[in-house]
Design a protein around this ligand. Structure first.
Ligand SMILES: Nc1ncnc2c1ncn2[C@@H]1O[C@H](COP(=O)(O)OP(=O)(O)OP(=O)(O)O)[C@@H](O)[C@H]1O
Length: 502
């Protein structure tokens, strides 16, 4: 099932996997692995192959094919075009130009863990905005703007990639009409940390301004080394927390200043602020943003990045290996059967490994909407604590006060107990995930021990073991609590834990 249209546009690139020789793995996303490879019939030209596992991909094959076809019709110097694509077993191979320095995110995590200097940020954002301005003009949204989708070549050329979730507002069927003349999409897409509030609450629809919000988050990512909220623990609850509410209305300038004493110019702070306006219509268009004062003194380009960012940068292969060791790379998706929920959860693993703890992060997340739970409740842990501390009645009362539908009194005890039980289950699942992550990091560290770094790694292993031990104890405690909850799940006791000694 080859993508004939894309092939017609790039007739020289063979649609046969045997024509490509894979050299090394250079990146990994949620449902794809990226390889550096040689195209043998074309004088062994170096290419990148993105191998998308169609069984694991969130997007269906028709959508992917349509996007690849659409993207092949677009042409802009800041947009990475694919050469061709074809199916290999259950994978879709997308053959594209090899961007030898990889993604900005991989550069940051190796060389600039606390963020890039402002002049470099300005160049990267300007190039990204140029691509966005073009895309939006053509009626397209990218929907996944973030540093890992901004690639850079050895000569400092910046291109945006990964149109896995990009979409045309003219073609997509899931749009709703809005009061404005803009057409609006309704499906949730993108990566949680970078998602605009209106994408999260996508019932009301969203448009091109969602990309501008993501660009604002990317600006903070470039400035600080990670996006806001990335300190949250690796569990699917993060996805849910963000889907519930993602408030940035009280955004103040200099969000991270207290944390690493970094100073930013007034122009940069204003740029981020206007991108992160809660109200999409108040966010400037990409075209307008290109005229923002933040870019005024930016006469520099690729050469500046070569000298200041790419110089002495380890090769893409080396960086990928290092990220693997640090546990910043997705677990190989072929390893196990993961549900869609687990895939979302996997997305957070890479970031959890960064281990940052920005105390003055100004985002205001709330917590999971558990199936059947009160949507206004907080975390599963909070539910449990509330229950333990105040008893089931208060939990129910509280829920009712917050607008939950009235239930018959006979159901209340059960539903409250059930809610706490589900919360505990979720919590246990999340701890289980963290335990697995620690284990796999230990495994990876074990594989990668080099004599010179042995001591340092041994310490890390020791620390991880200690963390694992703590998790184990917490998990054990939770299991005991779950058993207690199960015992109390008795319709006759009205949902309250009865202490017979009382
Ligand atoms: N054409 C390319 N040239 C060089 N490196 C690339 C290329 N395409 C992707 N990569 C590298 O592979 C990594 C993984 O890319 P991929 O698009 O699969 O996932 P991602 O964008 O990091 O995550 P997600 O799955 O959440 O979108 C990128 O971050 C980048 O470092």
């Amino acid at each position: 099932m080859a993508n004939q249209e894309a092939a017609r546009n790039s007739p020289h690139y063979p649609l046969d996997p045997n024509a490509y020789q894979i050299i090394s793995e250079i990146g990994r996303g949620v449902s794809a692995v990226v390889y550096k490879a040689l195209c043998l019939p074309l004088n062994s030209q170096v290419v990148a192959i993105k191998s998308i596992d169609l069984d694991k991909s969130r997007t269906n094959i028709d959508t992917i094919r349509r996007e690849i076809t659409t993207m092949s019709l677009l042409s802009h110097r800041n947009i990475l075009k694919s050469y061709c694509s074809f199916i290999v077993h259950s994978k879709l191979w997308v053959i594209m130009p090899f961007m030898s320095c990889g993604s900005i995110q991989s550069i940051i995590s190796t060389k600039f863990p606390n963020g890039l200097p402002e002049p470099s940020i300005s160049i990267i954002l300007k190039e990204t905005l140029q691509a966005l301005s073009y895309l939006h003009d053509q009626g397209h949204l990218h929907r996944d703007i973030k540093a890992s989708n901004i690639l850079i070549d050895s000569d400092g050329r910046v291109k945006i990639a990964d149109f896995g979730v990009s979409v045309s507002i003219y073609e997509n069927s899931s749009y709703v009409s809005s009061s404005s003349s803009n057409q609006m999409l309704t499906d949730v897409a993108g990566t949680p940390y970078w998602m605009a509030p209106e994408v999260i609450h996508s019932r009301n629809g969203y448009g091109v301004k969602a990309d501008i919000w993501s660009l604002g988050i990317t600006a903070l990512e470039l400035a600080h080394g990670r996006p806001p909220l990335s300190h949250l623990p690796p569990s699917k609850s993060l996805m849910l927390k963000i889907t519930k509410r993602f408030k940035f209305s009280d955004y103040r300038q200099g969000a991270y200043d207290g944390e690493n004493k970094k100073k930013f110019t007034k122009q940069f702070k204003d740029f981020v602020k206007v991108c992160l306006d809660q109200e999409p219509s108040r966010r400037p268009t990409a075209e307008k943003l290109l005229k923002h004062p933040f870019f005024e003194r930016n006469g520099r380009g690729g050469e500046y990045l070569v000298r200041n960012v790419l110089k002495d940068l380890p090769s893409i292969e080396q960086r990928f290996k290092e990220m693997k060791i640090k546990g910043l790379v997705m677990r190989k998706f072929e390893d196990d059967e993961e549900s869609e929920e687990e895939v979302s959860r996997a997305k957070t693993r890479r970031i959890s490994g960064w281990n940052f703890n920005p105390n003055d992060c100004e985002l205001n997340p709330t917590f999971p909407i558990l199936k059947g739970a009160n949507p206004l409740s907080t975390t599963p842990y909070d539910e449990v604590v509330k229950f333990m501390r105040f008893g089931g009645e208060n939990v129910i009362k509280n829920n009712e006060e917050q607008g939950e539908e009235q239930q018959s009194s006979g159901d209340r005890g059960n539903s409250s107990n059930g809610l706490v039980l589900r919360s505990l289950m979720h919590l246990r699942e999340s701890l289980e995930m963290q335990k697995q992550d620690v284990n796999s990091m230990i495994r990876m560290l074990g594989e990668a021990v080099e004599v010179s770094r042995e001591e340092e790694l041994a310490k890390t292993v020791e620390r991880l073991n200690a963390e694992l031990e703590v998790e184990r104890e917490r998990n054990l405690g939770l299991q005991v609590e779950i058993e207690i909850m199960k015992l109390t799940l008795n319709p006759n006791n009205n949902g309250f834990y009865r202490d017979d000694n009382e």
